[in-house]
Design a binder for this molecule. Structure first.
Ligand code: ADP
Length: 301
């Protein structure tokens, strides 16, 4: 197969591992810097130009699109789809999962367990907003935040009110969420490939911290997940339309709750904690499924 990897740099761990895994299996791989692609959308025969030349045909494309370039990255991915290239994850699915509110709305509609969540932009009754998610303690999240930045635990109603007032003044969208205390500062990252969870890790926050992000000093370890957690993760990925996804769960007293479904999950934490060749499993998925013109959307979304 000829495989393109859309990524800003080939030195990123996940990109490097995907290149290695594909080459080991005898495929030809090209890392394509998403932002350097340019294309004509008026042409009958859609093509992508790159560094002064047309990019040529690929059997499959692996999008590794960073959150900050979602808009341009999904447009490039859509162009691949219009050319009939099989996307590991489709542009529509990537867009869906990047919009946190849209993603939670879709998951809740299909009955996936979620923390009680409210969202707001300029609510004029903060007291009611707090009441809506069951009062303090609660977690306030800036919608644009990643790696735990902009995620605040408010232990009292007073604290929640002042944090919400401050955020409302910033003209940003926010999420207000019930605090899942029993998760004990841990979350579970389930790595889904196709219809299976191929690896799972528990991320545990540092003592005194509730955010388990590895960037915030959290530590990763191997974990055995329950059948319910397994099926929740697989269903969540399927609802998003993602073939490959990192599904983050919180363990609550009433079962697994989905926090987020990530369309470009990193490989470093999961491979080093589990010792599994996740990159190889992803390439294996492409070997089984990548067919020309087999994209459901062909860029229509
Ligand atoms: P980001 O997308 O910026 O990583 P998250 O929403 O994943 O933000 O939150 C960061 C971390 O905070 C999570 O990994 C989890 O450990 C903790 N956390 C987030 N929401 C809750 C919640 N409602 N209850 C308990 N812990 C939470």
């Amino acid at each position: 197969m000829r495989i393109a990897i859309l990524s800003r740099s080939r030195s990123i761990y996940s990109t490097k591992r995907l290149v290695e895994a594909a080459e080991e299996r005898g495929h030809e791989v090209k890392v394509v810097d998403t932002l350097r692609c340019y294309m004509s959308i008026a042409s009958h025969r859609p093509t992508i130009h790159y560094r002064g030349d047309t990019l040529g045909e690929f059997d499959a494309v692996i999008p590794r699109i960073g959150a900050s370039i979602t808009f341009y990255g999904t447009a490039v991915l859509r162009q691949f789809e219009m050319m009939g290239t099989f996307p590991l994850n489709e542009s529509v699915a990537v867009t869906r999962s990047r919009d946190k509110l849209r993603a939670l709305q879709l998951l809740s509609r299909r009955g996936i367990g979620l923390p009680v969540t409210g969202f707001a932009r300029a609510a004029d009754d903060i007291g009611d907003l707090i009441q809506m998610v069951g009062g303090a303690p609660l977690v306030v999240k800036l919608l644009e935040g990643t790696q735990g930045i902009g995620v605040v635990l408010c232990e009292t109603k007073k604290a929640a009110e002042s944090v919400l007032e401050a955020f409302m003044g910033l003209n940003v969208s926010i999420m207000v969420q019930e605090y899942i205390k029993e998760a004990g500062g841990a979350d579970i990252r389930c790595f889904v490939v196709g219809d299976k969870v191929v690896a799972a890790i528990k991320r545990q926050a540092q003592p005194g911290e509730f955010r388990s992000n590895l960037h915030r000093g959290g530590t990763a370890s191997l974990i055995k997940i329950t059948p319910e957690e397994r099926s929740t993760a697989v269903r969540a990925a399927r609802i998003m339309g993602l073939n490959v996804a990192g599904v983050d769960l919180l363990r609550s007293n009433h079962g697994p709750l989905v926090m987020e479904v990530n369309s470009s999950p990193g490989l470093e934490g999961i491979e080093s904690a589990t010792g599994k060749d996740v990159a190889g499993l992803i390439i294996g998925f492409l070997e089984k499924n990548a067919r020309k013109d087999k994209t459901r959307t062909r860029g229509k979304g």
